[in-house]
Design a protein around this ligand. Structure first.
Ligand code: ADP
Ligand code: MG
Length: 231
């Protein structure tokens, strides 16, 4: 599903050049749950953003479902992203001016789904995320755990093939963190491919495989024997 070949990303600011990624070659198969770990600043978010078509690499190749998309223009990336990829972030990134319901509905509006269909899909997802009773609330009126469940609802409402989660439990206590991990695991068992950045060994234990980044390069890759049986 995902293949990168010597992916490089250089950020240039005035006279400073940062190699955020340096020849990263990796592969993620359909149905996998992969964790990306590594110290702060090692390139995890940069890698996730390129995989999620939010950003372009400076060099190397990136194949999504067999298509080389690394040099796609903004418009092409947006097209490809729509309905294919769902994002979950550490800081939830909900839109404060929209209700819970409207936040989750947003991807379906972009996909030009009919109103009746939207209503059915949003209602089902809100129930699944156990947040249906807060549909008319605004994000700021919810706890962190509830906000992240809304964000996951928004990420999955269009049934994406791939979910990218950047430290999804980073702002949550352990109880809410576990709930998020259980939701991601459930979605993965239903066939959604997941790539998750995490600092938590505990959360990485839910993945089939862990990729360790260091200074923009893949340092090691470990198969999680306990979880790999499930594949
Ligand atoms: P991580 O997510 O592992 O903490 P990032 O991928 O965010 O790391 O960043 C990797 C490196 O690239 C860091 O040195 C960071 O400062 C740099 N970087 C990230 N985004 C930008 C940007 N937009 N402009 C300049 N430098 C950036
Ligand atoms: Mg990061």
């Amino acid at each position: 599903m995902i293949q990168t070949n010597k992916l490089t990303k250089i950020f240039r600011t005035e006279d400073v050049e940062t190699y955020a990624l340096n020849e990263v070659s990796m592969e993620v198969k359909r149905g996998e749950f992969v964790a990306i770990m590594g110290p702060s600043g090692c390139g995890k978010s940069t890698l996730l953003n390129i995989i999620g078509l939010l950003d372009n690499p400076s060099g190397g190749e990136y194949y999504f479902d067999g298509t080389e998309v690394g040099s796609y223009k903004e418009r092409q990336r947006t097209m490809m992203r729509k309905g294919n990829i769902g994002f979950v972030f550490q800081s939830f990134n909900l839109i404060d001016e929209l209700t819970v319901y409207e936040n989750v509905e947003l991807p379906l509006i972009y996909l030009k789904k009919k109103a009746s269909e939207r209503k059915e899909m949003v209602t089902a997802v809100l129930e699944r995320m156990k947040i249906g009773h807060r549909a008319k609330h605004f994000p700021q009126q919810l706890s962190g755990g509830q906000q992240q469940r809304v964000a996951i609802g928004r990420a999955v409402v269009a049934n994406p093939k791939l979910i990218l989660a950047d430290e999804p439990t980073g702002n949550l206590d352990s109880k809410n963190g576990l709930e998020v991990m259980n939701l991601l695991t459930e979605l993965n068992r239903e066939g959604t491919t997941i790539i998750m950045v995490t600092h938590s060994m505990h959360d990485a234990g839910f993945a089939h495989r862990v990729i360790n980044l260091f200074d923009g390069e893949i340092l090691t890759e470990n198969v999680n024997e306990k979880m790999a049986d499930i594949l």
